[in-house]
Design a protein around this ligand. Structure first.
Ligand code: CIR
Length: 256
């Protein structure tokens, strides 16, 4: 069960962040409204939400998930692969330290974005991507090993359809994985209960189990039905403005 979430309000320069999506400029007022609804959903799921002020130094800083990997025993601060995002970690360090007595940190030349790390119980899938390099994953695997967790690497560097590993996979607990079609036959996922997202709904593969609910982007009726059929309780949220900035639903919060 999660008890807390850390989020950061989008800044007025949110549209200056990085994106490869061809969906137009995000509307700031709508993004703010969607962010409020996202926070309300976390509260509905029973979490105490810690809301950090907007940080105009970093237009992508609302995507807090990329700055840390959290386990029940320790936090690992990342070292984001995009140079414009590097300073986001220093800006959140104190907040993480308030909750986690043990904090590790990825060191140069390692790079790591939290969006590449998928926790599945005591096993972690580590995405080797354009943002997270082999050295970053090696360091993280070492920390996870010390914490009694094991890990394996999934290479997504050539997959142009996703930015991070978790753009294409979500672990829902109960041995269930939500997967984009490209991952459906992946040998590392074969022992899981697989919920495969149709191609037109692939953005929704980035969904998040939060206690009794599964937060999913709205407008994805097939996945909604699949989750209901599998005994989950989906809670749809409008993510349109974050999607324009390549942001998935999970990346708007750190949950613990
Ligand atoms: C970026 O390109 O870094 C941001 N515009 C989006 C980051 C999304 N993060 C995530 O999915 N974990």
């Amino acid at each position: 069960m999660f008890q807390h979430a850390i989020v950061r309000i989008p800044g007025s320069n949110f549209a200056d962040g990085l994106t490869g999506a061809d969906l137009g400029m995000p509307d700031f007022a709508t993004a703010l409204r969607q962010h409020v609804q996202y926070c309300e959903a976390l509260t509905t799921c029973g979490l105490e939400v810690v809301t950090l002020a907007a940080d105009l130094a970093y237009p992508d800083s609302t995507f807090v998930e990329d700055t840390a990997v959290l386990t029940p025993q320790a936090a690992i601060l990342t070292r984001p692969g995009a140079p414009t995002r590097a300073g986001e970690v220093a800006a959140i360090r104190d907040e993480i330290a308030r909750f986690f007595p043990t904090v590790f940190e990825i060191q140069s030349p390692g790079t790591l974005d939290g969006g590449d790390i998928c926790e599945a119980g005591t096993h972690f899938f580590l995405g080797l991507s354009q943002r997270s390099n082999e050295e970053g994953l090696r360091q993280l695997a070492g920390y996870l090993d010390r914490l009694g967790c094991n890990s394996s690497i999934i290479d997504v560097r050539d997959m142009i359809s996703i930015l991070h590993l978790k753009s294409g996979i979500a672990y829902l607990g109960d041995n269930a994985l939500v997967l984009i079609e490209e991952f459906a036959g992946h040998p590392q996922f074969k022992n899981y209960r697989r919920i495969v997202v149709s191609e037109e709904e692939s953005y929704a593969a980035n969904c998040v189990r939060v206690n009794d609910r599964v937060l999913i982007p709205s407008g994805n009726p097939k996945l909604l039905a699949q989750l209901n059929a599998n005994g989950f309780h989906p809670l749809p949220l409008d993510m349109s403005e974050f999607r324009k900035m390549d942001g998935g639903l999970s990346c708007l919060s750190l949950r613990f």
